[in-house]
Design a protein around this ligand. Structure first.
Ligand SMILES: C[S@@+](CC[C@H](N)C(=O)[O-])C[C@H]1O[C@@H](n2cnc3c(N)ncnc32)[C@H](O)[C@@H]1O
Length: 360
């Protein structure tokens, strides 16, 4: 048995780690407060108000003053909001609004922080799964599809047509001519609808096994008057559509599959010869030691534990995990029969790798 030296248990390293733990405690609290700031519209409200009292901010946001004041004080001490003690007023600096408001689009971190709150909602069930194994069901996360749709729509609106599709050689020109496209794990379908609207001569099919998500995709397509967008309720592990598509996309929808290898094989089969697969998934290494300096790595492993790995295990799946990483992704794409795999990225989405692969 090794005994710890006094230096190891009371020295500078312990002091330093204590400081870090305190920071974690405050940052975790700030994350939850910021999630509320997004959902209640407080950040959006403050972004257009001059420095104001809690009463004015609450009134402008249509919220209860006592809650708003407590929130403002929490956001002040964690450095999100500025406070003037002389006038007892609060303001949101423009540099902070650039990362916390709806107008910030894909840069809106407050929107992403809703996922931290979502993790807390299932914590007790996850603690239990540490003892029993198994996983959770998508129905354990009543806010998942709405939050996911909101988060991904911001990226799709900002970058899908102008930056993402051009990653695939000649794709915008081929879409304009008319090709068949599928999106697997399409969620609420905004990507399909944006593409269908921009390229009326191509056809677009969204597959998802969530009734809620498919219904959302269909109603948005109807609202947009799209005749070339179809949404199919389908478990993509059972997808059998040989030689049907010229392009298949998967936006953040492979790592949480129960059977990702089967899904990738089905995608390979569904592509026509020369067809392409565009897979967007989190930028990480498959080796944990290479993720230590990755700024969003902690969030990835937490999201994996609380959701992505868990929903896969809940379906008796492989539990690949959110940080399955580039190396494993490229190997699995190759095993699915895809070739000429390239890992690309876009400026407005540093969190994701954009894999482009071809069916030979
Ligand atoms: C992380 S979400 C991404 C949704 C969407 N692509 C987006 O970017 O907003 C993953 C999606 O995959 C769907 N999904 C997971 N496993 C599936 C399966 N086996 N068949 C069909 N859909 C699946 C989920 O319902 C969910 O909508």
């Amino acid at each position: 048995m090794t005994t710890k030296t006094e230096e190891e248990t009371t020295g500078e390293a312990v002091e330093q780690f204590a400081g870090r733990c305190l920071g974690v405690m405050n940052n975790a609290a700030a994350a939850l407060l910021a999630s509320i700031g997004h959902q209640t519209g407080l950040f959006d409200t403050m972004a257009v108000l001059p420095t104001s009292s809690s009463a004015r901010i609450a009134s402008a946001a249509g919220l209860n003053e006592r809650y708003v004041r407590e929130w403002l004080n929490g956001m002040t001490v964690t450095g999100f909001v500025e406070y003037s003690p002389e006038t007892r007023t609060y303001s949101l600096p423009a540099a902070h609004a650039a990362l916390l408001t709806t107008a910030a689009g894909p840069d809106n971190i407050a929107q992403v922080l809703q996922f931290v709150a979502m993790m807390g909602e299932v914590e007790q069930k996850i603690v239990e799964r540490f003892r029993t194994g198994g996983g959770l069901s998508y129905s354990d996360y009543p806010r998942f599809h709405q939050t996911m749709a909101e988060e991904s729509a911001a990226t799709f609106d900002a970058a899908l047509l102008g930056a993402v599709l051009p990653l695939v050689p000649d794709l915008p020109a081929r879409l304009a001519t008319g090709i068949d496209v599928a999106d697997v794990g399409c969620g609420s379908g905004h990507a399909i609808n944006l593409m269908a609207d921009a390229y009326p001569t191509s056809t677009f099919t969204g597959y998802d096994f969530s009734e809620e998500a498919i219904a959302h995709g269909r109603s948005e397509a109807a609202r947009m008057g799209l005749a070339n967008a179809t949404f199919v309720l389908q478990d993509v592990a059972d997808l059998h559509a040989p030689d049907s598509f010229d392009l298949v996309t998967a936006f953040d929808a492979i790592h949480d599959q129960a059977h990702p290898a089967t899904v990738l094989a089905n995608i390979g089969q569904a592509l026509r010869r020369g067809g392409q697969f565009l897979m967007v998934d989190f930028k990480a290494s498959s080796n944990v030691e290479e993720n230590i300096g990755l700024p969003w790595a902690g969030f990835l492993y937490a999201m994996s534990t609380f959701h992505c790995m868990s929903v896969s295990l809940g379906l008796d799946g492989d539990g690949l995990g959110t940080a399955w990483g580039e190396q494993v992704a490229r190997r699995m794409l190759t095993e699915a029969g895809l070739r000429d795999i390239e890992t690309k990225s876009i400026e407005s989405d540093p969190f994701n790798n954009y894999f482009v692969a071809t069916k030979k």
